[in-house]
Design a protein around this ligand. Structure first.
Ligand code: C5P
Length: 221
C-alpha cells in the first residue's frame, strides 16, 4: 500500500497519570490507567510514525517500536516534553496531568500528629498549552475528559489552548477512566467526527487514522 500521512513522521505523546509528591512515600494522583494513550501510541506506530511516549506511572507494557520516557510528576513530564517538542511533527497530550502539585513536599515522611493536616497546592504548568504556544508548534492534539457539556467544553478548550484537534470523552459513572471501552467526539476547526463506543485498542486505530488525515489536511491547507 502507498505510504500514509504518518509514515516517518515524528510523534511526541504524553500518557498516563502524574504523581505529585507529598513526602518521600506519598503522592497525589488520579485514576488514569494510560490505556487510551498507549493504544493510540501503538496505533500511530502501526501507521508508520516514530513515536516517543512520555509516560507517567502505569502498569502497561511499552508498545513495540515505541520509545518510552518514564516520568512521575507533571514538572518532569513538562521538562521531558519541552526538550523534544520543537523536534516533532505532531504532539498528542493524552496524559491526565495533575492540575496542582504540593507546594513544599516534605523531605522526610510526615508523621501523624494533629487531627487535620493542610497541604498547600500550586498550579502545574499546562504542557499542552505550552507546546501549542511555541513559535512554530507541531500539529497539536489534546484530550478533554468531561462529566457534562462535552461539546461546549471541548470546543472552548480547542480555541483557548490553540489546538489543531481535540478528542473528548465522558468520564464519571464508570465511563472513561480505568475501563477497556471508550467513545470519543473529535473536534477541529471546521469539523467533527464521532468515534462510537469500542475497545480502546480499536479506538486508538480510528483516532490515529483521523489524526493522520487532519495532519495531512493541515499541510495541504
Ligand atoms: O484543561 P484540561 O486539563 O481539561 O485539558 C486536558 C488536556 O490538556 C489533555 O490533553 C491533557 O493531556 C492536557 N494537559 C496538559 N498539561 C496539564 C493539564 C492538561 O498537557 N497541566
Amino acid at each position: 500500500p502507498a505510504a500514509g500521512p504518518l509514515q516517518g513522521r515524528r510523534v511526541l505523546m504524553t500518557a498516563g497519570p502524574t504523581r505529585e509528591a507529598i513526602d518521600p512515600v506519598r503522592f497525589i494522583g488520579n485514576r488514569s490507567s494510560g490505556k487510551m494513550g498507549y493504544a493510540l501510541a501503538a496505533a500511530l506506530g502501526g501507521l508508520g510514525a516514530e513515536v516517543i511516549l512520555v509516560s507517567g506511572p502505569t502498569a502497561l507494557a511499552c508498545p513495540s517500536g515505541v520509545e518510552r520516557i518514564a516520568v512521575e510528576s507533571a514538572a518532569q513530564m513538562h521538562a521531558a516534553v519541552m526538550a523534544r517538542a520543537s523536534d516533532c511533527h505532531i504532539f498528542v497530550a493524552a496524559a491526565a496531568v495533575a492540575d496542582y502539585r504540593v507546594e513544599r513536599p516534605a523531605v522526610a515522611k510526615i508523621k501523624k500528629q494533629a487531627e487535620t493536616l493542610t497541604l498547600g497546592l500550586v498550579r502545574n504548568p499546562d504542557i499542552l498549552a505550552d507546546v501549542a504556544a511555541l513559535p512554530q508548534p507541531p500539529f497539536t492534539v489534546g484530550f478533554a475528559a468531561e462529566t457534562h457539556d462535552l461539546e461546549a467544553h471541548a470546543t472552548a478548550k480547542l480555541e483557548r489552548k490553540r489546538l489543531d484537534m481535540i478528542a473528548a470523552n465522558h468520564v464519571g459513572d464508570g465511563a472513561g477512566f480505568e475501563v477497556d471501552d471508550n467513545a470519543l467526539l473529535v473536534f477541529w476547526r471546521g469539523g467533527q467526527q464521532r468515534l462510537p463506543t469500542m475497545p480502546k485498542a480499536s479506538l486508538g486505530v480510528a483516532l490515529a487514522q483521523l489524526i493522520g488525515a487532519r495532519y495531512a489536511a493541515s499541510l495541504a491547507g
